[in-house]
Design a protein around this ligand. Structure first.
Ligand SMILES: Nc1ncnc2c1ncn2[C@@H]1O[C@H](COP(=O)(O)OP(=O)(O)OP(=O)(O)O)[C@@H](O)[C@H]1O
Length: 287
């Protein structure tokens, strides 16, 4: 089942050259898909095209199509797309407009026709999903960066979209906060949401990503699972620096020794495998 399909999609902002050029890629329903690539590659623009912000909000020129949850995004309004797609911008604080946490999450439901008690219930559910239960009456301004990011996610979750799009969701957070946000996105993914994130620090998403899409200069260079994509990036001089250190070490060891190592998703997994290998080596030498 497909959540999003780009069919030869091209886009230029008003007055700009093409910033997305003939993008052809499928994002499966229920996947955890990561859009990566160097600065200016078009990552944010591609994410905004899923939500219809590109081209509906910015205008500009478009070619090809984007299918979102079976509807043609080019022929649908941003409101129609918002029923399918919840978007959290890189500057998520700009999305927070209310005084209190509860008001912020309720904001999107005000015109939904829900009764006051239904709104209260749905707000509580959304806050519980992001780990902010009980903070309904807190002022938004007094929340930490991580809590604000969670609040922005709750404010889109309350509308029950199947697809979540987040642009660099951890960029303003410390390592612990970043790990917490990705754990949350993983949980939402396990519960059935299709998660699409823009992320240039791929180490953060190794444990969770099912697909990585690589953009460069507005073109799609590769899409595949973690191992396929990082191996491809490592072989391209312009993309190599985007490969997490852990994987640069792994791929260099494989190249130098011919040994095939596992699909490392964390430092501890790597250390465990290397320990096992050096133990075996030690046993072989002492025999
Ligand atoms: N509103 C806009 N009007 C005109 N050009 C824009 C606009 N927004 C982005 N661009 C241009 O589109 C290209 C792609 O930008 P985009 O933000 O999508 O890339 P990115 O890969 O997300 O970059 P970064 O990692 O630096 O955030 C860049 O050349 C950028 O300057």
């Amino acid at each position: 089942m497909t959540a999003v399909e780009f069919q030869h999609f091209s886009y230029a902002y008003p007055g700009s050259d093409l910033v997305l050029n003939d993008i052809h890629v499928t994002i499966p329903r229920g996947s955890f898909s990561v859009i990566t690539g160097p600065s200016g590659a078009g990552k944010t623009s591609l994410a905004l095209a899923v939500a219809g912000v590109v081209p509906h909000y910015f205008g500009g020129r478009r070619g090809g199509h984007v299918q979102v949850g079976g509807i043609n995004a080019s022929h649908s309004s941003m409101g129609e797309l918002a029923e399918q797609v919840g978007t959290v911008l890189a500057d998520y604080e700009s999305q927070l407009v209310a005084l209190t946490v509860a008001e912020e999450v309720a904001f999107g439901l005000e015109t939904s026709g829900c009764s006051r008690s239904q709104i209260t219930e749905r707000v509580s559910q959304a806050l519980a999903m992001v780990g902010l239960a009980g903070l309904e009456e807190r002022e938004v301004a007094g929340l930490s960066g991580g809590q604000k990011q969670r609040l922005a996610i709750a404010a889109v979750l309350v509308l029950s979209p199947d697809i979540l799009v987040l642009d660099e969701p951890a960029s303003a957070l410390d390592p612990e906060g970043a790990a917490g946000i990705y754990e949350l996105l993983h949980e939402l993914n396990v519960q059935g949401k299709t998660v699409i994130v823009v992320e240039h620090q791929l180490a953060r998403v190794l444990p969770y990503a099912s697909q990585i899409i690589v953009l460069q200069d507005g073109q799609m260079k590769f899409a595949g699972d973690v191992a396929e994509t990082l191996t491809f990036m490592w072989q391209q001089p312009e993309l190599k620096q985007g490969v997490p250190t852990l994987w640069s070490i792994k791929l260099a060891i494989e190249e130098a020794t011919g040994i095939r190592l596992g699909t490392w998703k964390s430092e501890s997994q790597a250390a465990e495998e290397l320990n096992r290998l050096t133990c075996k080596e030690g046993v072989a030498k002492s025999a």
